[in-house]
Design a protein. Structure first.
Ligand SMILES: [Zn+2]
Length: 203
């Protein structure tokens, strides 16, 4: 998964988030790049883009606010949630989400579920009187079919030694696997696949 970083300047300092109970999905109710959201939200008097991620129709994923900060997207829930915005208007005219955008949404949500295993995936309208993310938004598809929890190198090592072979030096192996995971190396995905043969990729 590729997250495109931004070079936004934020107005004021962004507050750190201490809990993540929800991953909240939004639609943009329109089109345009990530920067135009940032500029629009600055104009609202906010610190800048209120979402943590923005997924365009072509599937590209942009970072908004840093993942560990409080967003500005769902009144009353910003301190305990991560906000994802999907380009398009899934209430009025976009009746089918492009596959690239859907796949990226699933991938990002899987990744976030790994980071925040206790967080529930919700729609903006679950918390506020709004149509967002819209009547045509494929919520079940984007949220339910991607439940793959990120496994730690420790868990992988345990499963591997149970299922496949004896590991003489689990500590060294865990260190190597941790490094491979950090570097997103094929070795990590290779071992992950040994443990989870039906999954092609973790996130
Ligand atoms: Zn919304």
């Amino acid at each position: 998964m590729n997250i495109i970083e931004n070079d936004f300047s934020w107005k004021g300092s962004l507050e750190k988030r201490t809990a993540t109970d929800h991953i909240i999905l939004h639609h943009r109710a329109g089109e345009g790049d990530a920067k135009s959201i940032h500029q629009g939200h600055l104009k609202n008097g906010w610190s800048g883009m209120g979402y943590h991620f923005y997924i365009r129709k072509d599937g590209s994923i942009f970072r908004g606010r840093p993942i560990d900060t409080v967003g500005a997207h769902t009144l009353g829930k910003n301190a305990v949630s991560v906000g994802i915005c999907f380009e398009g208007n899934y209430h009025d005219y976009d009746k089918k989400m492009p596959k690239a955008q859907l796949d990226s949404g699933k991938e990002l949500i899987s990744y976030l579920r790994g980071l925040f295993p206790d967080a529930q995936v919700k729609r903006h309208c679950d918390f506020q009187a709004t149509a967002c993310p819209g009547q045509y938004f494929p919520f079940d598809e984007v949220s339910a079919s991607s439940i793959v929890l990120l496994e730690t190198p420790e868990e992988i090592t345990k499963e591997l030694s149970k299922k496949h072979f004896n590991i003489d030096d689990p500590r060294g192996f865990i260190l190597a696997l941790t490094k491979a995971k950090k570097e997103n190396s094929p070795m990590y995905w290779g071992y992950y696949k040994l443990v989870n043969p039906t999954k092609n990729r973790l996130v």
